[in-house]
Design a protein around this ligand. Structure first.
Ligand code: GRF
Length: 206
């Protein structure tokens, strides 16, 4: 199959975005980033985009009367750049627009730094640390109107025993995120995920 056209949505540091760009550049992820969409004009992710010739669209909450309106503009932007897959990489706003979520149903993915359904929402690594779990991990899932509860595509466990604080947990998990996310994006160039209820099943295409 041909490489897949992706759009990335990021709000901050953008290390997952960078890991995807690096793997694309190394020829190990068969995708092309058509656009970076960010709600934060200060996002470090912008630097990665610029140094790789990737167009950047800044869409800030304050430009719009409502979140619905903002998400409609995001949808129009994704359409305009021909996104076949939308990759959330540290995008800090919950997608709410009905139009966006329906048009891109099972085409938006997110990475979460815990083994869902454990520790959804913000500060998953701190939640895991406070709870005292020995194993946490990474979940990559489809995005729907729920909070971190869309159908799961990929999970990987991470040993967090012996971590000395939430930052330690976050660092161990982030290392695995950077390997997992480009690999999962790459799978979308080789097939598709059939969603049956809560379950996903990968179907290879050529
Ligand atoms: C990552 O921990 C990711 O799992 C979560 O937000 C963080 C983003 O980090 N969704 P970065 O901006 O990719 O460095």
């Amino acid at each position: 199959m041909a490489k897949i056209n992706i759009a990335v949505l990021a709000s901050g540091r953008g290390s997952n975005f960078k890991s995807i760009v690096d793997e694309i550049n190394a020829g190990r992820c068969d995708a092309e980033v058509k656009v970076l969409v960010t709600n934060n004009p200060e996002a470090l992710a912008i630097t990665t985009a610029q140094s790789n010739g990737i167009p950047v669209e800044v869409l800030q909450r304050k430009q719009f009367a409502s979140r619905e309106e903002m998400d409609t503009r995001i949808k129009e932007t994704l359409d305009r750049y021909g996104a076949e897959l939308v990759v959330l990489a540290g995008y800090m706003l919950i997608l709410k627009g009905k139009d966006l979520l329906e048009s891109y149903k099972n085409k938006i993915i997110n990475i979460h730094p815990a083994l869902l359904p454990a520790f959804p929402g913000a500060d998953a690594q701190a939640q895991a640390y406070e709870y005292g779990v020995k194993i946490s991990g990474v979940t990559i899932h489809f995005v729907d109107k729920s909070l971190d509860a869309g159908p799961i595509i990929y999970q990987e466990a991470v040993d967090v025993s012996g971590c000395r604080g939430p930052e330690d947990v976050a660092a161990r998990i982030l290392e695995i995120e950077h390997k997992a996310y480009p690999k999962v994006v790459d799978t979308f160039s080789r097939g598709r995920y059939v969603v049956e209820g809560r379950r996903t099943r990968f179907v290879k295409e050529n």
